[in-house]
Design a protein around this ligand. Structure first.
Ligand code: NAP
Length: 309
């Protein structure tokens, strides 16, 4: 039986692995379908402390993995198909095999919601991005018109952040009022560099032939008029989907599916802990996920010590 199984291999998962490995608990990390998580899809990470020149997202995750493995973490490129938390030991089904665990740390992250329009996928990392904090400062966006899609707090936050880099930031929203909190909405709409484009949907991201974002084709949903808005970057901020379906309903989540820890990082099931974006709809940064991964490891270690007294 495993003492600690960590589901997920983003910054939260690897940091939990590093700490539980150093506590000599020989954690087993189940990487899931996308080893390294969302960060591996970002080109350069410039806001992870300790890398003044920035670090490639894939490299950062590989380094975290190596560091955890150096102290005895074990990696399995498995995908969890089912989780039974109804009795101890917990039982995970991983690619058809049963894995028993005394404690589990859920660090499955979240997925960006996509628009699902032509050109979006093809131009990912070529001007289409899902994280202004990660990518906004890249040279290709400097002094260029940029488009943010969405009307929530994330879209407002991204638009505000991007005013540091872009010439104009267009906020494209499908309705004529923002969903964001009042203070965020007011702050956003009063910023002279942000121009809202109401009642509009992105129909297509241009230009796949040029292999970079040059604009978006918009449709006004009230008049049906179509226009092309030139821009160098498209920042999609229409929400996140936490990767938690597998654990419901046993593990308590909020109405958006984010896991709600009950005490520290412990979920409603003692012995099951959570860290990172699958429980965080506010900060969603690599460094905050890593920090909570550390906390979850310490909580799991203390839980095991108390159980085995
Ligand atoms: P959100 O509140 O769910 O907003 C998503 C926005 O995207 C909405 O305006 C929605 O339009 C739009 N949208 C959704 N699907 C779309 C689609 N397919 N095409 C075009 N537009 C689409 O998500 P969020 O902004 O990521 O925020 C999530 C949670 O985190 C919220 O509770 C928020 O308050 C919180 N948050 C807080 C802060 C902060 O306090 N600093 C920062 C970020 C996030 P509709 O409005 O028409 O539905």
């Amino acid at each position: 039986m495993e003492k600690v199984v960590i589901i997920g291999s983003g910054p939260a998962g690897w940091t939990a692995a590093l700490y539980t490995a150093r506590a000599q608990l020989a954690p087993l990390v189940l990487t899931g379908k996308q080893p390294g998580g969302l960060l591996t899809t970002t080109s350069i990470v410039e806001n992870f402390p300790g890398f003044p020149e920035g670090v490639d997202g894939y490299e950062l995750m590989t380094r975290m993995q190596k560091q955890a493995e150096r102290f005895g973490a074990r990696t399995s490129f498995g995908v969890v198909e089912a989780a039974d938390f109804s009795k101890k030991p917990f039982v995970l089904t991983v690619d058809g095999e049963k894995v028993e665990a005394e404690t589990v740390i859920i660090a499955t992250g979240a997925s960006h919601k996509h628009l699902g329009v032509p050109g979006e996928h093809e131009l990912e990392n070529k001007g289409t991005t899902y994280c202004a904090t990660c990518d906004g400062a890249l040279p290709m966006f400097r002094n260029q018109p940029l488009v943010v899609v969405g009307g929530g707090d994330s879209a407002c936050e991204e638009a505000m952040y991007l005013t540091r880099f872009g010439s104009t930031v267009y906020l494209v929203h499908r309705r004529d009022s923002l969903r964001a909190s009042k203070i965020m909405a007011e702050r956003t709409l009063s910023n002279p560099k942000i121009k809202p484009i109401w009642d509009s949907a992105v129909l297509e991201v241009l230009d796949v032939k040029q292999d970079k974002v040059t604009g978006v084709r918009l449709k006004n949903l009230k008049t049906n008029e179509e226009t092309v808005l030139p821009c160098a970057g498209l920042f999609v901020a229409i929400g996140h989907v936490p990767n938690t379906d597998l654990f419901k309903p046993a593990i308590k989540t909020d109405e958006n599916g984010f896991i709600v820890p009950q005490e520290g990082t412990m979920t409603n099931i003692p012995g099951v802990f959570v860290a990172g974006d699958c429980a965080d709809h506010v900060y969603r940064q690599a460094i905050t996920a890593a920090g909570v991964g550390c906390a979850a490891a310490i909580d799991a270690e203390r839980y095991l010590a108390a159980e085995n007294q």
